[in-house]
Design a protein. Structure first.
Length: 128
């Protein structure tokens, strides 16, 4: 097994599933929302936790190499960068939990790694 490079310390981030991003933008437009809204899953992860979650969704255990010069990146800063989504949630929009969408994406990819849905198929999957 090959170890993954990842800093020992990094700030937490939350992520947005592409399906949620599409539904969220449509919801904002259809409900004629004004002002600032953040869109992301509520859970936040440091990079090692996020990569471990991805590994778990793939049925793999992730191991990490000790921090070295290759782990230096502006994306791995120690500060947290977490989007607060309470406003959208209070007004009725629900974001999918990260673990759920991560597993769904991995399963979909593993079932057919070369398939890319056309735009109509994708729209139909978002708005059944």
């Amino acid at each position: 097994m090959r170890a993954v490079l990842g800093p020992e310390r990094s700030g937490k981030r939350n992520y947005t599933w592409v399906d949620d991003a599409g539904r969220f933008l449509a919801w904002l437009g259809l409900t004629k929302k004004n002002g600032s809204y953040n869109g992301a899953s509520a859970q936040s992860f440091d990079i090692r936790s996020f990569l471990s979650l991805l590994g778990s969704a793939m049925g793999k255990t992730v191991s990490f190499e000790s921090e070295n010069q290759q782990c230096k990146s502006r994306y791995y800063r120690e500060e947290d960068f977490i989007l607060l989504t309470r406003k959208a949630s209070r007004e009725g929009f629900t974001f999918t939990d990260t673990e759920k969408w991560m597993r769904q994406e991995v399963e979909s990819y593993l079932m057919n790694p070369d398939r890319i849905p056309n735009s109509q198929e994708y729209a139909n999957s978002l708005f059944p």
